[in-house]
Design a protein around this ligand. Structure first.
Ligand code: URA
Length: 238
């Protein structure tokens, strides 16, 4: 059971005070009756709420795709830096969303943001083998030895042996390389540390795919949008 004013406020109908005023005006109905108490308890999935005669579409969860810009951290709060949640509009912030996994402060690209804890758990657990694809630029020439090492599972500086990862070379010269990397886990600085283990440095990193979802190229860095029903279905089914 939840309070009516909280439900409506979370759906973007205004502050609790504003909802109280709307109730007082008599424009809020629940199951055909005009509401008198803005704090009435109800089960939002089970009742029909009307505001100004229009049905309220209830939803508990939100699912957003952001093209994360550099310079913001993948956290909900931070003492020093702007967070990806700070970039959201208040109508999305009221859902208390959080990022699914983390991208480093200087990494850009596809970041999912939701308040669905269950889906989050499934997506970040290596057990579910969700592919994360990155476009990366490297300071040196990447070669077949690196491809083999990634496939076998790179040993990181802390002794952790990574799961097998796919490395595709797009361009390789002594001055630098362009590659795609596909990993199924999300260890701290994983892609950067995998290259460091090969004596190379990632100079640019952008996530372009998460599971079956591609980064929407029409999103500028810092922009985001809700996932479509179809995209959400693709994520849930894995
Ligand atoms: N690997 C990294 O090193 N950094 C990221 O942000 C994501 C994957």
């Amino acid at each position: 059971m939840e309070r009516l004013d909280k439900v409506l406020s979370n759906l973007g109908y205004g502050s609790r005070k504003e909802i109280k005023a709307m109730v007082k005006k008599g424009i809020v109905q629940v199951d055909g009756k005009i509401v008198k108490d803005n704090g009435m308890q109800l089960e939002p999935e089970k009742v029909k709420i009307l505001v100004n005669g229009e049905e309220v579409v209830y939803r508990k969860n939100i699912y957003l795709m952001m093209n994360k810009p550099a310079g913001v951290v993948s956290a909900t709060v931070d003492n020093y830096d702007e967070t990806v949640i700070d970039l959201l509009y208040p109508e999305h912030q009221v859902f208390d969303p959080f990022p699914v996994g983390r991208l480093d402060k200087d990494t850009v690209g596809l970041l999912l943001i939701t308040n669905d804890g269950e889906l989050n758990h499934k997506l970040i657990s290596p057990k579910w083998h969700v592919d994360k694809v990155y476009y990366a630029e490297i300071d040196k020439s990447v070669d077949e030895k690196d491809v083999k090492a990634f496939e076998a599972g790179v040993l990181l500086d802390d002794g952790y042996k990574c799961m097998s990862a796919k490395l595709e070379i797009l361009e390789a010269t002594e001055d630098g390389s362009k590659v795609y990397v596909t990993v199924q886990e999300g260890k701290y600085h994983q892609v950067k540390r995998m290259f460091e283990a090969q004596g190379k440095k990632v100079v640019y990193l952008r996530r372009i795919r998460f599971g079956k979802l591609d980064l929407d190229e029409s999103l500028q860095e810092g922009e985001y949008r809700e996932l479509t029903e179809e995209e959400l279905g693709m994520l849930i089914q894995g």
